[in-house]
Design a protein around this ligand. Structure first.
Ligand code: ZN
Length: 106
């Protein structure tokens, strides 16, 4: 199975193709966190939709293990930072999550 190194992932996140894809996903999802939506929450004061800071585009199947899905819209969804961190924590319960995530992001 192909995996991406950290460098490769950083490179991808900086690529023009990713910027374009990311924007398409945000627009498709109306700049709303899909996880909050699934939980019946909407964007309120709690989730100020600051389009540039508070929303991430998440790879449902991780980029690391599914690089072939990097630009697959079906594998991408909008998450707020809060839900995104929660998801990361769930998948890596034993690692110093916050640090790790910020370390990897962008
Ligand atoms: Zn959320």
């Amino acid at each position: 199975m192909t995996t991406l190194t950290r460098e490769e992932r950083v490179k991808l996140y900086k690529s023009r193709a990713w910027q374009v894809t990311r924007k398409l996903v945000l627009e498709r999802d109306n700049y709303e966190c899909q996880e909050c939506k699934r939980n019946g929450r909407v964007f309120t004061n709690q989730h100020k939709p600051d389009k540039h800071k508070r929303l991430d585009v998440d790879h449902i199947k991780s980029l690391e293990h599914h690089p072939e899905l990097a630009f697959d819209m079906d594998n991408l969804e909008t998450l707020c930072v809060k839900c995104h961190n929660k998801k990361e924590n769930r998948f890596h319960p034993n690692q110093s999550k916050k640090k790790k995530w910020h370390d990897e992001f962008w």
